[in-house]
Design a protein around this ligand. Structure first.
Ligand code: AHR
Length: 501
């Protein structure tokens, strides 16, 4: 029996709702078809946004949405996406699949989408191929209330009131698709561009995200923190967040493998790669600590998730993949890691929301399915805006190969504003269930409600069978006073809601 200690009186930090954020790019069928079908579509929509998709996203409480990319962001010129749709430029999406981008989804449509799903806005600006003026004018267009050329243009285009931009990314992957820059060069550009990301609403300042490292590029973190944040003190206002991108490629970039057909070895290899997220957060945090001991700058993991070979027969540039119980585990493990590091990680955005990479929803014509990853987000939503509490779960190493051994279990525990405890546990074993013997210090347990996502590791939802994987009730739990016992089945993600006296 694994021992599990929880101390609700020892609060470890606030879990920003944004740790469960999402990302939507002009890539494949994410925006077009997946979210936006246009006002004239036969698919039921409100102002062009699919009703089924919006309803599903509201249910999981999407806290924040990043847009328009990704690599697309550093080629995006926002003025192409405003004004009467018939006049908007048509162009080729050179980065993703060479398809026509008609710009029918632009700034106004993004703001409408965020309003419909109730999400905060995270807009990613263009440093790679855009000018300082262009970025500055976009911010003015979106957020300035008074009289100005850009505010007037916005009004002319139908939005009298400015919108709130909660987060603004100054470039994306500028070490790669965003301009192939060195950290010193980008750091100086960041200082310049961010100057003109004006805060027109001093009571609701824009949170500025500086482009951070690719995976384990610690030199990038070091140089950029030094250039954009270190002494003198006045630099501190220059940046609120530093991004980190890390994807789980099961066999590396060259050998991603199929989303649905994988061996037991590849299961453990995938989970091992996912767990690497914690090493990355620890190492980047240690470097950030050198310059920012007080954790003023948030680590923003604004791209994470699985990346497999595309589904056979689909456009290789569309990154469309299925989603199995393996993805449910990847989601549960990552979200537990983000919770545990909520003192530094202030936002994380799964890539991507619909029809691209590790999506929560898949669509085909007027049909939509919720993926196993969706169901994990639905269970974890109770951690949003909660306080992380001290917890420790005994684990053992499992796996099939020395280099891919993983802990059998991961966990995180929070206490919500309503005083309820939320415990989420992942079981990484393909075959073995584990009995857990828990102690919630200083508590008298009154009731426990459980829900679980799990099953055969390849299980997934299709348009013909949309409910193969769903959230099921979990009842294999007992409690007395401060003690709680439960048995978590193999390959599953569990959520327990505990009420105490
Ligand atoms: O999410 C797909 C792509 O992955 C993004 O456009 C880019 O930022 C990253 O390399």
């Amino acid at each position: 029996m694994a021992k599990f200690f929880i101390n609700p009186n020892n609060k470890k930090g606030h879990i920003n709702p944004e740790l469960q954020g999402h990302f939507s790019e002009h890539l494949g069928r994410c925006i077009y078809e997946g979210i936006y079908v246009g006002e004239d579509s036969k698919i039921p929509n409100v102002n062009g946004m699919r009703k089924d998709v919006v309803k599903a996203l509201k249910e999981i409480k999407v806290p924040v949405l990043r847009w328009p990319g990704g690599c697309f962001a550093d080629e995006y010129h926002w003025k192409d996406g405003i004004g009467p749709k018939k006049n908007r430029k048509k162009m080729i999406n050179t980065h993703w699949g060479g398809v026509v981008e008609d710009n029918s989804f632009g700034t106004h449509e993004f703001m409408e989408l965020c309003k419909q799903i109730g999400a905060k806005t995270y807009v990613n600006g263009n440093v790679g191929s855009g000018t300082v003026q262009e970025m500055s004018e976009w911010v003015e267009y979106m957020t300035f209330e008074g009289v100005s050329p850009m505010a007037d243009l916005r009004k002319k285009n139908g939005s009298k009131d400015p919108w709130k931009v909660d987060y603004f990314g100054v470039g994306n992957e500028n070490w790669g698709c965003g301009g192939n820059m060195t950290p010193e060069y980008y750091g100086n550009l960041y200082r310049r561009y961010q100057t003109y990301v004006r805060n027109y609403k001093p009571d609701a300042p824009i949170f500025k995200v500086c482009c951070g490292p690719n995976v384990d590029d610690y030199n990038w973190t070091d140089k950029v923190m030094q250039t954009c944040f270190a002494a003198p003190e006045f630099l501190h206002g220059f940046m609120d967040g530093l991004s980190l991108h890390y994807y789980t490629f099961p066999g590396g970039w060259e050998n991603k493998g199929s989303a649905t057909e994988f061996t037991d070895k590849m299961w453990y290899q995938t989970l091992k790669k996912t767990l690497y997220m914690e090493d990355l957060i620890n190492h980047h945090t240690a470097i950030m600590d050198k310059y920012d001991k007080q954790h003023k700058v948030g680590l923003i993991v604004d791209e994470w998730g699985t990346w497999y070979d595309v589904e056979p027969g689909t456009n290789p540039g569309f990154l469309y993949q299925q989603n199995t119980i393996r993805d449910a585990l990847v989601a549960g493990i990552n979200l537990n890691i983000f919770n545990k590091h909520c003192d530094r990680v202030k936002m994380a955005n799964i890539a991507q929301m619909v029809n691209v990479l590790q999506s929560v929803l898949l669509t085909e014509g007027d049909k939509m399915v919720k993926t196993p990853t969706y169901h994990v987000f639905n269970m974890y939503k109770h951690h949003q805006d909660a306080e992380l509490v001290d917890s420790y779960l005994e684990t053992e190493e499992i796996g099939l190969e020395d280099e891919n051994m993983v802990p059998n279990l991961t966990e995180s525990v929070s206490v919500g504003k309503d005083g309820k405890l939320h415990i989420t546990v992942t079981n990484l074993s393909i075959k073995k269930a584990y009995s857990i013997d828990g102690e919630i210090a200083g508590s008298k347990i009154k009731s426990v409600k459980g829900e679980i996502v799990g099953g055969e590791i390849h299980a997934h939802n299709t348009f013909a069978k949309p409910n193969t994987v769903k959230v099921n009730k979990f009842e294999d739990v007992s409690f007395k006073d401060s003690k709680i016992k439960f048995k978590i089945p193999a390959s599953s993600v569990l959520h327990l809601e505990v009420t105490t006296a």
